[in-house]
Design a protein around this ligand. Structure first.
Ligand code: FES
Length: 106
């Protein structure tokens, strides 16, 4: 199993487990992480699954595709480490991945 750590804006943390090839979005949804809404169901059409990838892991992810980039231009609180969690595919190399949840926007 792969551990994913979700960090709320107040600093509180939840550690969840996911299977290899799950998406970070799936790990959040399967474990009741409420800061990730995912209105489109992970179909890369809403940007409500926005997260900030901890800098220690940001370079381990492949770069965002064109559609993800376009959607990220629409999010509040965008940073260089912003990604859409439905586009983060988990692997053993990402065990311990830390994802920060931006403030809720809706
Ligand atoms: Fe909609 Fe990721 S869940 S873009």
């Amino acid at each position: 199993m792969i551990r994913v750590i979700f960090v709320e804006i107040d600093g509180s943390r939840r550690v969840v487990e996911a299977r290899p090839d799950d998406r970070a979005f799936d790990a959040a949804r399967n474990n009741g992480i409420t800061g990730i809404i995912g209105e489109c169901g992970g179909e890369l059409a809403c940007a409500t699954c926005h997260v900030w990838v901890d800098p220690a892991f940001a370079a381990k992810l492949p770069p965002p595709g064109d559609v993800e980039q376009e959607l990220l231009e629409c999010v509040f609180d965008r940073k260089d480490i912003s990604r859409l969690s439905c586009q983060i595919r988990l692997s053993e190399a990402l065990d311990g991945l830390i994802l920060h949840l931006p403030p809720r926007q809706i």
